[in-house]
Design a protein around this ligand. Structure first.
Ligand code: KG4
Ligand code: ZN
Length: 324
């Protein structure tokens, strides 16, 4: 990022996880180790920037898998030490929230509501002011939305990550084929494990041969029905909170916000209710370094000076780091 403008963004999908049907922490750490140096070189070269030009370095310090966080943090600390430049440790979720500020033409105004839906988190937040941590209105009590989609995809014998696979098949399925549960266990809390289990029991109700036949015939219908249940819950919570808090600006971020059906329904609902909806560009929905950079840049800008923000080189990874 140069003068607040993103100049390059490099992401590396780790295809090796598909063989295991999910992320294997040890495999993720090793892939990070292998990819981090070439990714940083590529980002600098695409931006036309040298190491020595860097004023500050941003790095994710949590929440996430400790091994992967440690690889990033160790690398960033060493680079910051070598270059003598400040290091800014960013909360992964603060990064998702900042992803709607990457498009500087049109950004949400405080206070705004933010729904983070990813593979590890489903949280509804009220961002009241830039200099205050957002207020948590609700979160999942068990599985995250993306996690449930990944598991259902596994039951339906689809690949990993499951969200995009479910979305793809759902395009030609009937969302009303089966009514899967839409659970809202408390004000703005979420629960997706019941949905996951109900898909499992639905499939178990068939004999093995029947199940194979049923899946061949109705896999797309099941994907559409599951996707509809997830989208219903997310949209209902977001817009109920909007009505209650009076928030005019809404942000929907995290890997699941890449779901086109969710984006379209949320956009339609926002128009119908006179609200403004902010969605990250598709490439900044799933985990990416640009959003971490955007969060650090906003913090540096708010502090007004590079010296006011930096974390010390003893900064540690925190796999369970909370945002609010
Ligand atoms: O934010 P993210 O990249 O990583 C975490 O912080 O967890 O989110 C990944 C999650 C996965 O569960 C993935 O299945 C889901 O986002 N996801 C989607 C789509 N693309 C990614 N879910 C539904 N529709 C999509 N198009
Ligand atoms: Zn994420």
């Amino acid at each position: 990022m140069v003068d607040g403008r993103l100049r390059s963004s490099v992401t590396n999908a780790q295809a090796e996880h598909a063989d295991f049907g999910g992320i294997v922490p040890e495999v993720a750490s090793r892939a990070h180790q292998r990819l981090i140096v070439p990714a940083v070189h590529q980002a600098l070269s695409e931006a036309g920037v040298q190491h020595a030009d860097l004023d500050a370095l941003a790095v994710t310090r949590g929440p996430g898998l400790s091994g992967a966080l440690l690889v990033g943090l160790s690398f960033a600390k060493a680079l910051a030490f070598g270059l003598g430049c400040p290091l800014v440790g960013v909360n992964h979720l603060e990064g998702h929230l900042a992803s709607v500020f990457l498009d500087e033409e049109d950004v949400p105004a405080y206070p705004f509501l933010c729904l983070i839906a990813s593979g590890g988190h489903t949280q509804l937040l009220l961002a009241e002011a830039e200099d205050r941590p957002p207020r948590m209105l609700g979160q999942t009590r068990d599985d995250a939305a993306g996690e449930a989609l990944d598991k259902v995809a596994q039951f339906l014998e689809l690949g990993y990550p499951g969200g995009p696979e479910v979305e793809h098949l759902a395009e030609r399925g009937d969302p009303a084929f089966h009514a899967f549960p839409r659970s809202r266990p408390g004000a703005y809390d979420f629960s997706f494990s019941g949905l996951k289990t109900s898909v499992l029991y639905y499939l178990k109700s068939f004999s093995e041969a029947e199940r194979a036949r049923h899946l061949d015939q109705h896999r797309a219908d099941l994907c559409a029905s599951v996707q509809e249940a997830v989208v219903d819950v997310l949209i209902d919570a977001l817009f109920e909170a909007a009505a209650e808090t009076g928030a005019r600006d809404l942000a929907l971020v995290g890997g699941v916000s890449a779901n086109r059906h969710l984006r379209q329904r949320a956009a339609r609902h926002a128009t119908d209710t006179g609200r403004r909806l902010f969605l990250p560009k598709m490439e900044y929905c799933t985990d990416n370094a640009a959003m971490i950079c955007a969060a650090a840049h906003r913090r540096l800008q708010h502090a007004g000076s590079l010296d006011a923000v930096p974390d010390s080189l003893t900064l540690d990874a925190d796999p369970g780091l909370a945002l609010a």
